[in-house]
Design a protein around this ligand. Structure first.
Ligand code: GUE
Length: 308
């Protein structure tokens, strides 16, 4: 039987460290880190996630503020709010929940958030820092994926990994993080020819295509490790909904380990958001900026900016 990787338990462990980091900041005389979450419109799934994020903040001592805006909010009003939050010294992290309503240009909104407060890691400056391995804030779900993988395979050097999905928020950043960890990475997507064969050759499968139960048993080699990022709400019994991942869970019991949905990547995304908020707060308190790269240069012995 495959080991079921317990995302909830690993997230709880991360939260213990995050809480200690918050307490250390406060002991140094700083205010508790503050996260602001913006939700535009009334997507039921988004409301569930935002509620979880707010509750998780409370649990580790992060101050959180929520801005719920009606679906018809204009792009200008949203940009004005973000501008105000960018200038507010009590706000250390800003998260604008996606998807946004169709009349709002999400790319414009995401790049209007200060890179230093961009706890999602979606701003092009943070994307560029990740792809060059030079600091910045790393997106939460990809960070969570790496933590889960390392709980089973501490050293990823030389492992073959296939990433299914090429989104900016999961597929591409996960591929970058795997490369940084010295894995050999194949990035694929729903239109990749021979996807089952590619998967069958891989030590690691990261399924992030948003295609329910795409990955079948015969796609998975014996002993592979599978991280299931997919989360789709399907009609279940008695009029309830059921969450389904991108992996046909019951068929992959010959894997070495697999993450469940729910209880796998989802809780880790939130734990990593809290960790990113503390990182952003510490940078701001200590006068380091991602814009100039000194958040990275100050870290001893790291990379080109530190003169390695
Ligand atoms: N700006 C932005 N940042 C995000 O990080 C972001 C976003 N927008 N939009 C939507 C996605 C999705 N996401 C999840 C967070 C928690 C769970 C989570 O806690 N899942 C639980 C189940 C939750 C449930 O019951 O529905 C689990 O997998 O165990 C899932 C998904 C964050 N996202």
């Amino acid at each position: 039987m495959a080991e079921i990787i317990d995302g909830r338990a690993i997230a709880r462990q991360m939260d213990v460290k995050t809480r200690a980091d918050v307490e250390a900041l406060v002991a140094e005389g700083h205010p508790a880190p503050g996260l602001t979450v913006i939700l535009v419109g009334e997507d039921p799934a988004s409301e569930v996630y935002v509620r979880r994020k707010i509750k998780a903040c409370e649990n580790v001592g992060i101050r959180s503020t929520e801005h719920r805006l009606p679906a018809e909010t204009s792009q200008d009003d949203l940009l004005a709010l973000i501008d105000r939050l960018n200038r507010d010294d009590d706000v250390h992290g800003i998260l604008c929940q996606v998807p946004l309503p169709g009349h709002i240009d999400a790319r414009l909104v995401l790049r209007s958030i200060s890179p230093d407060k961009d706890v999602d890691g979606f701003h092009p400056v943070n994307v560029g820092r990740l792809s060059t391995g030079t600091g910045g804030i790393v997106p939460c779900t990809p960070l969570g994926v790496m933590e889960l993988l390392r709980s089973v395979i501490p050293d990823l050097t030389g492992k073959s990994a296939v990433v299914i999905g090429k989104s900016n928020i999961v597929g591409k950043p996960v591929a970058n993080l795997l490369l940084d960890a010295e894995a050999t990475v194949t990035v694929t997507h729903i239109n990749t020819h021979g996807l089952p064969e590619i998967c069958r050759q891989s030590d690691i499968i990261v399924a992030a295509a948003g295609a329910p139960e795409l990955v079948r048993g015969h796609w998975v080699k014996d002993g592979a490790v599978i991280i299931d990022v997919g989360i789709t709400r399907m009609p279940g019994e008695h009029g309830k909904t059921r969450l389904v991942g991108d992996v046909k869970f019951d068929e992959v019991q010959h894997a070495r380990a697999v993450t469940p949905v729910p209880g796998g990547v989802g809780p880790m995304t939130i734990a990593c958001l809290l960790a990113n908020t503390v990182q952003a707060a510490r940078n701001l308190f200590e006068g380091r900026s991602i814009m100039t790269g000194d958040d990275y240069a100050d870290a001893p012995g790291r990379g080109v900016l530190a003169g390695r």
